[in-house]
Design a protein around this ligand. Structure first.
Ligand code: ADQ
Length: 463
């Protein structure tokens, strides 16, 4: 039987988040036999070219150590200071240092070296995310002819943003070495097509375009999701209830407005705080009846732009508290730590308003988790950015432009005063969408498309 080989930047940890992506992929893997491969999380003096294998939660996991210098160039450098900001259309936040690209390629080549001897002819290889765009090309160079699929968890950029990326031509060439490229949203498939059309027009106008030979590569949207049943159950679990009760009693009947994000500039946190400030400014009567909780643990904090967004958020939070707090009421709590999924599920369930307002986001799983955690008899309202992939499926959220402070504040107000009937109706539709787009079906449909020569979905010819 053919194995499934999952490759991602990091291998899954021993204590995975319940209901997270790692759990879903582990489930997919355990049903098929195979292994997960990635960076071990450890450093070595010399790059290791042979994989070490271990068993984590019953799964085979292979990994290599990286040198510190390569890891810096590949991860904090090319992946997260160039690709991440450019793909999220934040060209102002790119930090382009030319030597990073060599480190990025070196790590991809190292992954390929360590993988080749473990690949058998019928195995299917599924590569995840922007850190590993060149991996298929590196494997092809080592005579691997297997089906190889790539899934991009973040948005695909516009043509201009793509042109801001050094070595874009080679990267696009690498991308089409995959048999299947999966994006989060139709928006991303459209952006990819737009790039091709853009280059075509450039050629017609006598320019020298970036040429992409698509060949047999299938391109399609596979929107990721959560495990809504598991999250609904988790939201009623003892640990979730503990958190629910603890915070509910502190809220003292006030409505909880909740944001849960990794601290990242793509998540629109200062804009969200400004919109909440506007809500309080415009609606004096609401002031003592609400409380906002923003949970945002730092991530990638060796990168300067992440330190900056952290400072910006500190100052936005301080401003709103200083402006509106009273001795016996504070408008906002900001917590900088990660919580277990059960605790988050309890908080989601308690929150009257769930704020998912990224400036740009591949999908955003917090939106899915918030919906799945609601009490069907008294559900909260999702305020969702139009620029999250999730907006393509959650039509019954209150959709906003996160750059429009007035619109976001008004959506928060509407959510707070929304009658129960409407909340229930909207939530039912949101939950139906979350069930249709569950993470198990996501993995299955991607793998089915990858296994079949023609792909199951629409290819470029039909999208
Ligand atoms: P992320 O940018 O990390 O993922 P997201 O989809 O929101 O964003 O996933 C976050 C996950 O981390 C969720 O499962 C959430 O529960 C968890 N999380 C967030 N804050 C937490 C906290 N304080 N404590 C504990 N857990 C927390 C990238 C893309 C997304 C895409 C995913 C999956 O940027 O657009 O949806 O991959 O494809």
């Amino acid at each position: 039987m053919s194995k499934l080989i999952i490759v991602s930047n990091r291998t899954p940890s021993k204590t995975p988040a319940a209901g997270g992506l790692a759990v879903a992929l582990k489930k997919t893997l355990s049903a098929r036999d195979g292994f997960w491969f990635g960076w071990s999380g450890n450093f070595s003096e010399q790059p290791s070219r042979s994989a070490k294998f271990e068993t984590i939660d019953g799964l085979r996991v292979g990994s290599v150590d990286l040198t510190r210098a390569d890891h810096k160039a590949y991860y904090a450098g090319f992946s997260n200071s160039i690709l991440w900001p450019a793909f999220h259309l934040r060209l102002d936040l790119t930090d382009i240092q030319s030597h990073w690209y060599e480190g990025y390629r070196r790590v991809n080549a190292q992954f390929a070296d360590a993988l080749v001897e473990h690949i058998e002819p019928d195995d299917i290889i599924w590569v995840h995310d922007y850190h590993l765009i060149p991996l298929a090309a590196e494997l092809r160079r080592r005579n691997i002819r297997n089906r190889i699929g790539f899934y991009l968890h973040i948005p695909f950029p516009t043509p201009d943003a793509l042109h801001a990326i050094p070595h874009r031509e080679e990267l696009l060439d690498d991308l089409v070495k995959y048999d299947l490229v999966g994006f989060q949203a139709h928006r991303d498939v459209a952006a990819f097509n737009e790039f091709l059309a853009h280059e075509e027009m450039f050629l017609e106008a006598g320019g020298k375009p970036v040429t992409v030979e698509l060949g047999d590569t299938q391109i399609d949207a596979f929107p990721i999701g959560s495990d809504p049943d598991a999250f609904a159950a988790l939201a009623k679990s003892p640990n979730a209830q503990k958190m629910y009760k603890r915070v509910a009693s502190a809220m003292n009947s006030r409505a909880l407005v909740l944001g849960v994000d990794r601290l990242d500039y793509s998540k629109g946190l200062p804009q969200r705080i400004a919109a909440y400030e506007k809500l309080l400014e415009n609606n004096a009567t609401l002031r003592r009846t609400v409380h906002m909780l923003q949970i945002a643990p730092p991530s990638r904090d060796t990168i300067k732009e992440y330190q900056q967004i952290s400072d910006e958020l500190d100052s936005a939070v301080g401003r709103v508290i200083g402006r509106f707090a009273e001795p016996d009421w504070t408008p906002l709590t900001y917590v900088r730590r990660a919580y277990a999924q059960a605790s988050l599920a309890g908080l989601y369930r308690l929150a009257r308003v769930g704020l998912v307002t990224p400036l740009r986001d591949g999908m955003n799983l917090v939106a899915h988790e918030y919906v799945a955690s609601q009490d069907p008899e008294d559900p909260g309202v999702l305020v969702l950015s139009r620029f999250a992939g999730a907006a393509e499926i959650f039509h019954d959220a209150l959709l906003i432009n996160p750059f429009d402070t007035d619109e976001t504040a008004e959506a928060m107000r509407q959510a707070l005063v929304m009658p129960l009937d409407e909340r229930k109706r909207r939530w039912r539709n949101l939950m139906d969408a979350a069930m249709v787009h569950n993470v198990d079906d996501w993995a299955e449909s991607f793998l089915q498309a990858l296994a079949s020569d023609s792909g199951t979905g629409s290819d470029l010819g039909s999208t």
